[in-house]
Design a protein around this ligand. Structure first.
Ligand code: 4AD
Ligand code: MG
Length: 474
């Protein structure tokens, strides 16, 4: 007796064997002399069709309605060639046991339910084809990420989730404090007993950390400390942004992959980003065939060809200045007007990668320094920084990265210019005082990668429990 795991063809070499399958009932059809049930254990997209005759041990459980959609079940039987056209093999059941029955109110009975509805059922949606496939592809992308960096000699670093510094300087942090009473106290006390959360009014010395602390927006600054000791490193962990953007590309909690390369410049950084993306996409195409076929048929027609191109083609590179020229010449009216110095909006990013360059990933480099973070290395023109964004079809910005300012005097000058508090960056500046090296890195939003690799339109459907403005259930 073995546990069957794997894709639709996997069973063929086990024909004639007695197997045990445990899973959840997807459909059930009772005919006069025989009952068909399809069960799925999440190991692959295909269901196992089980054929149950009335002489099977435990058949009375079928009769008493215990084996309905959503129920969990244990079956044992012989794997035989299927008469049906949908599957190659099926299980001729000789014994079944109801493990957990399913109440008739089970909310995902129907074959097709909208993804909006399923967002309200985040605890049950992994039992659908789409969300099962997304979870497996997400897992494969995470595995391939570690594999790529490990094979290339990078060391994985855990960056802290709670931090006092704002890496991106965009003021989009969630504050972590013990000064707000626990919910129980808050309920028991009058509303005006709750301290005001205005940072200026709070006596931070009374707080747990003794000063304001936040959920991290990026692990980059911490990764830099390890890159200037261990050479190439990467982080892969959750990051948080309180930006109030209700879009299909933003989450309040998302996972980021942040490699940091020592003794490296922007060209090394861009080469690493392209090699990484090609590696993980290839891994998914090779290892998630059944799920990718599903996305290709039901979610985004042609996605397999699109991704195969990504693996094979060289990515386009252009400077920000050229990108602006391009957009100005475009025969298209944008909602946000374009001029040198403006931040590229998602409509511009998508135009560049989808229309101007025919669906190929595009790397835009050398952005104006005024729209980028303090840590980016100044170019000799005095106007731009050694930054790069990788833009991909459907998603827009997938990666943001840069060469870091390794020259102490330039960095201090930039902190002053931006009126950032130099004292609080003392440790970051130390890295430039003691054995500074040219270094560069990037951040890739993992959920945007899942979007790109599956064709799923809304980022909220790429993470098991999405956090967005107004939604923190489950
Ligand atoms: O461009 P960003 O802000 O860059 C950084 O945080 C750098 N510190 C990274 C580095 O150089 N180590 O963010 C990087 C990527 C974006 O390109 C995008 O893919 C993703 O993170 N991202 C988000 N993904 C989902 N929801 C959000 N709210 C996101 N904000 C950024
Ligand atoms: Mg960015």
């Amino acid at each position: 007796i073995v546990d069957i795991k794997g894709g639709p063809d996997e069973g063929l070499d086990r024909l004639g064997q007695t197997l045990v399958v445990q899973g959840w009932v997807r459909t059930q059809r009772v005919q006069s002399s025989v009952t068909f049930i399809e069960i799925n254990d999440g190991s692959c997209l295909s269901n196992m069709q089980c054929v149950i005759n009335s002489d099977a041990e435990g058949y009375e459980q079928v009769e008493s309605g215990l084996i309905s959609t959503g129920a969990s079940i244990w079956v044992q039987g012989i794997l035989v060639t299927s008469q049906g056209s949908k599957q190659k093999v099926e299980l001729r059941v000789d014994k079944l046991v109801s493990v957990g029955k399913s109440d008739p109110s089970y909310p995902i009975q129907k074959k097709r339910v909208s993804r909006e509805f399923l967002r309200t059922q985040a605890h049950l949606r992994p039992r659908t084809n789409t969300f099962g496939a997304v979870a497996r592809v997400r897992n494969a992308l995470a595995y391939a990420t570690h594999k790529f960096f490990q094979e290339n000699g990078f060391v994985w670093i855990s960056s802290p989730i709670i931090t006092a510094s704002d890496c991106e300087g965009a003021g989009e942090q969630f504050c972590v404090t013990t000064l707000i009473p626990s919910s129980r106290e808050a309920i028991d006390s009058p509303v005006d007993a709750i301290p005001k959360t205005d940072v200026g009014l709070i006596d931070w010395s009374q707080d747990f950390f003794g000063k304001p602390a936040f959920l991290t927006v990026s692990g980059q600054l911490n990764a830099e400390t390890y890159a200037t000791a261990l050479s190439d490193v990467y982080t892969f962990g959750p990051t948080f942004r309180a930006e109030n953007s209700n879009t299909s590309r933003h989450l309040a909690e998302f996972w980021m992959i942040e490699p940091e390369l020592a003794f490296a410049d922007l060209n090394d950084d861009m080469a690493c980003a392209a090699a990484y993306l090609q590696y993980v996409v290839k891994h998914v195409l090779e290892n998630c065939k059944e799920d990718m076929d599903f996305f290709n048929t039901w979610i985004e027609k042609g996605i397999i060809n699109r991704l195969s191109d990504v693996v094979e083609k060289n990515f386009v590179q252009l400077t920000y200045t050229d990108a602006i020229e391009f957009l100005l010449k475009a025969n298209k009216k944008f909602e946000f007007p374009v001029k040198w110095g403006c931040d590229l909006q998602s409509e511009h990013e998508r135009y560049i990668t989808e229309e101007a360059f025919g669906g190929c990933p595009v790397i835009v480099r050398d952005y104006p320094k005024d729209i980028k973070a303090f840590y980016m290395r100044q170019n000799d023109d005095g106007k731009t920084v050694a930054a790069m964004d990788m833009l991909v079809p459907r998603v827009g910005e997938l990666i943001g990265g840069s060469q870091r300012e390794e020259r102490l005097e330039y960095l201090e000058e930039r902190l002053d210019e931006l009126k950032l508090n130099k004292e609080s960056y003392w440790w970051y500046l130390d890295l430039r005082r003691y054995g500074s090296v040219p270094h560069a890195g990037f951040g890739l939003g993992f959920e945007r990668l899942v979007q790109f690799a599956t064709g799923i339109e809304n980022i909220r459907d790429t993470i098991p429990f999405p956090r967005a403005p107004g939604s923190a259930e489950f």
